[in-house]
Write a new protein. Structure first.
Length: 302
């Protein structure tokens, strides 16, 4: 049986259960093909809130499903695999936030949206990578505790007027740490006309050699990635052969052949492992980031 043969059954099931399927940009193409919305985690949760669905199936990692549950308290949120975890979010449990608060009682706490709910509960404010510096500057303390990503903390400090203490001190995203200056430098020699785009979760060294260092939403505005926008489909939708996303708030169409812009080539870092490199090319890793491999359904709060 081909994967596409499962689509009609999935569509019927989500109609019967009054469900909406959300798929993160990092998901494999066949998962994105059957989703109602494809994009970034926070915007997906906001999109789900605008639907009349009673059930949200979030094809992503644990904190994404938790965020969807927080923003949709009257809906049931399911995640296909309870083992779809975010290592970076796990680096900042709630008790660690409390410990840092006790050590810095006069400092406000701003946490990245990519954080577990138990940590969010102890924060004064939450932010995205795009508005991190702005939110930090709004805090009424000279020092701000920020976590869990230390690279994003350094980036935000360089763009704000506050002193930032990273919690934990060396929190990081394992995927963004895979990118390195050596492989990027080689690629720039091989492709001198190419521009390097980096997310602020990358290391300071990578950001230093990048032409653009921004959240994807800002890069899409400054670099004009064609077709940026929420990728939304009707409940009875069947996978088309060619489709562009509608205009939206920072969500991006599914990666097709590794291209956000079909008229330009994307060059993945040669030092990346096969699983990540194949995803960039559109082939999909063996077990994509946050994509469950079992058919278990669990409530996000379980």
């Amino acid at each position: 049986m081909e994967i596409e043969d499962l689509y009609p059954a999935i569509i019927r099931l989500k109609r019967d259960r009054s469900a909406v399927i959300l798929a993160h940009n990092y998901q494999r193409p066949e998962i994105q093909d059957v989703a109602d919305f494809v994009g970034d985690s926070l915007e997906l949760s906001l999109c789900a809130a605008e639907t009349d669905a009673e059930v949200i199936m979030f094809c992503g990692v644990d904190f994404m499903a938790e965020t969807a549950a927080i923003l949709n308290p009257d809906k049931r949120v399911l995640i296909p695999d309870r083992n779809a975890l975010c290592p970076m979010a796990a680096m900042l449990p709630g008790e660690l936030v409390q410990l840092y608060r006790e050590k810095h009682p006069s400092s406000k706490v701003v946490l990245y949206i990519n954080t577990l709910a138990e940590a969010k509960a102890h924060a004064d404010a939450l932010c995205t990578s795009a508005n991190s510096a702005e939110i930090i500057d709004r805090m009424d303390s000279d020092t701000v505790l920020f976590g869990p990503d230390s690279n994003l903390a350094r980036y935000a400090e360089n763009h704000s007027h506050k002193k930032i203490v990273s919690i934990p001190e060396y929190g990081f995203c394992p995927v963004h740490m895979l990118f390195n200056v050596e492989s990027i430098s080689k690629l720039k020699i091989a492709h001198p006309e190419a521009e390097v785009l980096a997310h602020p979760e990358c290391t300071p060294g990578v950001c230093a050699v990048a032409d653009f260092v921004e959240h994807l939403e800002d890069v899409s505005a400054g670099y004009a990635l064609r077709g940026s926008g929420v990728h939304r489909r009707d409940r009875g939708w069947a996978p088309p052969q060619d489709e562009e996303g509608e205009a939206g708030r920072g969500l991006h169409p599914r990666l097709r052949g590794g291209r956000l812009r079909p008229d330009e080539a994307a060059h993945p870092g040669e030092a990346l492992p096969l699983a990540v490199e194949s995803e960039v090319r559109g082939e999909g890793p063996p077990g994509g980031h946050g994509e469950g491999q079992s058919s278990r359904r669990v409530h996000a709060g379980d």
